[in-house]
Design a protein around this ligand. Structure first.
Ligand SMILES: [Zn+2]
Length: 695
């Protein structure tokens, strides 16, 4: 999830055909009894490629046949375990939503869910209305005549669509994004965090990188904007598109880098309301904050302090007419999925085909489910868990989390390098971790959200505004550590570093992550490693910055932090050496926190699995030892195919390493060497001294 979430990109799945395998090296698995990874209960032996030496390429040893036989569905950018589980979950969710559309009682949340969905599905009505639903917005933008009105329009566009710590969501296409969260200096209260935004492409690199590939994407973006303008009958479409791209490039230059955005110490900048006028002159900040519903706030946390300076200077320097083009482009782009087919196709062509390499638009019902999840996610999630997440599974998952925490606690005891005072603080922090399993204790009250049948554009706008106001309403209230940052039907896991909390949604607590019908050791290798990953985040390079209350205060001794950084540097080098393309390597620094969490999570899960056996050996199953099942379960969890454009984007923008290298995390654990006997000279082989052990 998140900075700390397990995945960033939306994952989705696959079925595989049966195949006979010849055993030549490594583990000697029997043929699996079933061929489909999503329904089998055990190691997917047929998905392995045992002709590959595990020591050379463990990921392909575990997944080679699956990779060779799987195809990414045409409407997707990636396909793998997470995607398969998400696909199954989405089908179930779709049935629940469709049922609500047909049968839900008037006035209920289910009725709203059903109406939201059926309105999105009614493409004939959407086609008939044309651009009319967006006309009030476009007319308001067209009427802007001075900087006060411009400030008001920019401020009114703010939404709660960023989250710097829990969701690694550092920017938004709106001019700024708002995140209401526990203040990092005074954790007893909520603060309003302002994050950078304003770009229609994923981040600043897409505007500033000089490579031909990026230049081509920029040209396609300009064409896309011109198409939107033409469809919306905006005057001078081609020139307007050119001006918008130039303005966005100017904004991009003021943006903080992805790495700086992930650096809390560079980002916890408190600005008084007056600071905006002094440090970032040019924008009518009073009009801006009033329109944003933040006029009463005396301080803000400015995550990327160069951004407001750049935007305000651009407001001063760039003609209002260009800003009006820009605001119109943003509004049409945002609404395009709920407008007639020509808009939907243009939006897909740029955002999915060009930016992610996806060949085909997803079927309408799938997009409608996603949109409904976006708008009323908690109401949908409540229906989901009532049907698909029984209390016994919640309890079984909670038990597993407790075992992982206990294993980590023991690991802390055994650490030789950590000073006793740091250990004590780590254990204190561990003791008060707030664990959320399956779903939140309290559900969102949607009574203030109006869903209007037949108004797809308005429904999406009102839902985003409802979510924004719900966040603003937290200001001035007591911090609620039980709050969730995800819906239960999302296949992901989250660490909330400032809240000292973790969320494990119900949808990730299902096979093949978590499966009551297979050897328990495989749960430890899969969901156990994910739970360990999230626990590690509370104690990693960023977790070390937050004390047990969530205050930004480094609780490590200097020596301990130095040791940690030294181990980290070796991990940076290990991941920098991974090259998904000859011209593009993994960024070991950008992905460091996640890589540490992967290594630590796997180590903690291994300990917890061994502790659960009380010194016994796990039974051999499918001719695989317990340890072999553990590591194969882990590497098969990371199986994934990804299109080139999507992988390149991911390497540039995502804090997580590509799944293949996450699967190869095993090379840092000593028991993997006993389980699969890799030899010096094998590509993944690390001498004992080079294996990174952070915890
Ligand atoms: Zn993470």
């Amino acid at each position: 999830m998140a900075r700390t979430r397990l995945y960033k990109t939306d994952p989705r799945v696959l079925a595989i055909a049966a195949a006979l395998v010849t055993v030549t090296c490594g583990a000697k698995p029997e043929r699996a009894t079933t061929a489909n990874a999503s329904t089998s209960h055990g190691v997917d032996v047929e998905g392995m490629d045992i002709h590959i030496k595990p020591g050379d390429d463990f990921y392909r040893y575990a997944n080679g046949t699956w990779l060779a036989r799987s195809e990414i569905p045409a409407d997707r950018a990636t396909w793998g375990t997470g995607a398969m589980v998400a696909e199954l979950t989405n089908k179930r969710v779709a049935e629940l939503i469709q049922n609500a559309a047909e049968h839900a009682a008037a006035g209920s949340d289910a009725r709203k869910v059903g109406d939201f969905y059926s309105t999105y599905m009614d493409d004939a009505a959407i086609e008939a209305k044309g651009i009319a639903p967006l006309a009030p917005t476009l007319d308001r933008i067209a009427a802007i005549s001075d900087t006060t009105a411009l400030g008001r329009e920019l401020g009114g566009s703010l939404r709660a669509d960023v989250d710097a710590l829990n969701n690694t969501n550092f920017e938004t296409p709106n001019i700024f994004g708002v995140w209401i969260a526990q203040d990092l200096t005074d954790p007893a209260k909520y603060s309003a965090f302002l994050l950078q935004g304003g770009l229609g492409m994923p981040n600043r690199e897409y505007y500033l990188d000089a490579s031909p590939r990026m230049a081509e994407i920029r040209a396609k973006y300009e064409t896309y904007l011109a198409t939107l303008f033409k469809l919306a009958k905006h005057p001078g479409a081609a020139d307007a598109a050119k001006r918008v791209v130039a303005l966005e490039e100017r904004i991009a230059k003021s943006h903080g880098s992805r790495e700086d955005s992930a650096d809390v110490l560079k980002s916890n900048n408190h600005w008084s309301r007056a600071d905006f006028d002094h440090r970032a002159p040019g924008l009518d900040w009073t009009a801006f904050f009033d329109a944003a519903g933040l006029g009463g706030q005396s301080t803000f946390v400015v995550w990327q302090p160069t951004a407001p300076v750049g935007v305000a200077a651009a407001v001063k320097a760039v003609p209002i007419a260009t800003w009006k083009d820009y605001l119109a482009a943003r509004a049409i782009d945002r609404a395009a999925p709920t407008l007639p087919k020509a808009f939907v196709d243009a939006h897909f062509d740029f955002h999915s085909r060009t930016l992610a390499g996806t060949p085909a638009l997803r079927e309408r019902w799938k997009r409608a489910v996603d949109a409904t999840n976006d708008g009323l996610g908690n109401a949908v999630g409540r229906m989901y868990i009532e049907k698909y997440f029984p209390p016994a599974e919640k309890e079984r998952a909670a038990t597993l989390v407790r075992r992982l925490i206990a294993a980590f606690d023991r690991r802390l005891d055994g650490l030789e390098w950590m000073k006793p005072e740091t250990k004590q603080k780590a254990k204190a922090k561990l003791a008060v971790l707030k664990i959320g399993v399956g779903y939140p204790d309290a559900w969102i009250d949607y009574s203030a959200l109006s869903v209007v049948k037949g108004d797809a554009v308005g429904n999406a706008e009102r839902a985003a505004l409802f979510a924004y106001r719900r966040q603003l309403a937290k200001l001035g209230k007591r911090v609620d550590r039980g709050e969730w940052v995800s819906d239960p039907q999302v296949v992901d896991a989250y660490n909330l570093p400032a809240m000292n909390a973790m969320n494990f949604p119900a949808a990730i607590l299902q096979p093949p992550y978590f499966d009551r019908d297979r050897p328990e050791v495989m749960d430890y290798g899969a969901i156990g490693a994910i739970i360990g990953h999230e626990i590690s985040h509370s104690f990693d390079d960023q977790g070390a910055l937050f004390d047990a209350d969530g205050k930004l205060s480094n609780w490590w001794t200097k020596e301990d932090f130095e040791h940690f950084k030294e181990q980290s540097a070796r991990l940076v080098a290990q991941y920098n050496a991974y090259k998904p393309f000859p011209d593009l390597a993994v960024n070991g620094k950008l992905t460091l926190s996640e890589n540490i969490a992967d290594v630590a999570g796997l180590a903690i899960a291994y300990d917890a699995y061994r502790l659960s056996l009380n010194g016994r050996e796990a039974p051999t199953v499918q001719s695989l030892s317990g340890d072999q099942q553990f590591f194969l379960s882990f590497a098969q969890m990371w199986r994934s195919k990804i299109r080139e454009a999507a992988l390149r984007r991911r390497v540039l923008t995502d804090g997580h390493s590509p799944p293949e290298y996450r699967g190869d995390t095993v090379r840092n654990l000593n028991p993997w060497y006993s389980a699969f006997s890799p030899q010096p000279g094998d590509k993944l082989f690390l001498a004992a001294a080079d294996r990174v052990s952070v915890w």
